[in-house]
Design a protein around this ligand. Structure first.
Ligand code: ADP
Ligand code: ASP
Ligand code: MG
Length: 419
């Protein structure tokens, strides 16, 4: 059972979480729980670190990533202890665990570490003795024997990884919505809850902006075949059906063969804060792309959509690509440093764009899905700046202020608001 930030936002909510856990324990299940920090806490901790003195001559804060981790991992330590106390006060045998105590071994990428291995033996033994393990999410122990955090939203990944390590029957991700919806219900109130969604689709939804699950948690669930449900902690813990063993209320993330009636389009996701960079009048010759994207990769800048024009005269062309808005200045600096080797006339950039994506496994076998999206956006007067597609998704880059309109337009064009 994993509980996110809003689910443990204050002491009342933590007591409510304890009631959900007690329900499962009373039904005779062995339970491990993963908790996030109280909502807003991690942002506050990250803000403190970001406000430390800046490195001379740069606007990067002065800290090394190990100390960032030491600070931001602390929010989960607090909630794991508080939930253990709340459970004990309800007569449930419970004990808190920090990542290093289990241990959850990670790689050395402080701030965005990946879980390498979890020794589940201690918590399995304690669970066998009837004790609930309350594990601090988001954190593990790096090869340097120091706290490492798993990237924002990482408690989802802690939960799925622990479920895999203890060979759990189920991993329930409790949050502030009662499942995965056809799009973010905060943007489109007509969004519908999905009964099931395939791993591949959930991976695309998450990586294209639906933050309901961290991308890495979906990858792990897919690889280790963890039955993962997204469900609400805000419902009454003792309402009918809440303790259902096989079909608890919520959305099951599963293999595509388990989904009988596959729609063409399953969902719409959006990602804000994208930026577009264009290089004008580049030499159209072998090696230009390598000259551009090599140095950007070395600077750890994540390039997403890439569009190259066909050159009119066979000698000059234009190249456009997107990066996260926060990386624009860094990217422009890298590009100006490599101006000689790349050989371009001018570079232009625009921030505050949004990428809206249409996702569905059914697209593999249906034509015309993209055309309907373009027509619908055109009818609303929304200009498309770039497009990328894969077998199961179409992503469209547009101006920021049109984000909500575009999401709602696409949501209705594919009939997602009709049950
Ligand atoms: P937690 O703190 O529990 O980890 P998050 O805020 O990380 O919760 O994720 C839950 C939020 O994800 C929801 O409140 C919702 O606004 C957002 N969300 C975005 N896309 C979707 C979607 N397709 N289905 C459900 N929720 C979504
Ligand atoms: N508290 C961490 C964050 O906000 C991890 C999580 O909530 O999943 O990113
Ligand atoms: Mg989350």
């Amino acid at each position: 059972m994993k509980f996110g930030g809003t689910s443990v936002a204050d002491l009342d909510r933590i007591h409510n979480v304890a009631r959900h856990v007690k329900r499962e324990v009373d039904a005779g299940h062995e339970v491990a729980v993963v908790v996030s920090a109280m909502s807003g806490k991690t942002n506050e901790l990250v803000g403190w670190v970001d406000n430390m003195p800046k490195v001379a001559g740069s606007n990067a804060p002065f800290y090394d990533a190990r100390e960032y981790d030491a600070v931001v991992a602390s929010g989960e330590q607090v909630t794991s202890g508080l939930l253990a106390i709340a459970l004990q006060s309800k007569g449930v045998n419970a004990r808190s665990w920090q990542g290093w105590q289990i241990p959850i071994r990670t790689d050395n990428a402080h701030g965005a570490a990946r879980i390498l291995d979890i020794d589940g033996s201690d918590i399995i033994r304690r669970m066998g003795e009837g004790q609930v393990a309350v594990v601090a999410g988001f954190q593990g122990l790096g090869p340097d024997n120091r706290l490492a955090t798993l990237g924002r939203g990482g408690s989802d990944t802690s939960a799925v990884a622990i479920a895999a390590a203890v060979k759990a029957d189920r991993c329930d991700i409790y949050t502030d919505v009662d499942g995965v919806y056809t799009t973010d219900p905060r943007v489109e109130p007509k969004a519908r809850r999905l009964k099931k969604i395939a791993f591949e689709e959930m991976l695309e939804m998450a990586s294209l902006g639906a933050k309901v699950l961290q991308v890495r948690s979906v990858e792990l669930a897919m690889v280790h075949k963890v039955r993962t449900f997204v469900r609400s902690s805000f419902e009454d813990p003792d309402a009918p059906g809440m303790g259902d063993l096989l079909n608890p209320p919520g959305t099951l993330i599963c293999d595509e063969d388990e989904i009988v009636e596959q729609e063409v389009v399953t969902g719409i996701a959006y990602a804000k804060d994208e930026a577009q960079i264009s290089l004008r009048r580049l030499a159209d010759r072998p090696g230009v792309s390598a000259a551009i994207f090599g140095p950007l990769a070395e600077a750890h800048i994540n390039v997403d959509m890439i569009v190259q024009n066909i050159s009119e005269d066979g000698s000059k062309t234009d190249m456009t690509f997107t990066v996260p808005s926060g990386d624009v200045n860094k990217a422009l600096k890298v590009l100006s440093e490599s101006k000689e080797t790349i050989g371009y006339d001018v570079v232009q950039s625009e921030s505050g764009l949004v990428k809206v994506s249409v996702i569905g496994i059914g697209m593999r076998s249906h034509a015309g899905v993209a055309a309907s999206a373009f027509r619908a956006l055109a009818e609303k007067g929304i200009n498309i700046k770039a497009i990328t597609t894969s077998e199961i998704k179409i992503s469209i880059l547009i101006d920021g202020p049109y984000a909500e309109l575009a999401v709602r337009t696409l949501h209705s064009v594919y009939g997602l608001d009709k049950s």
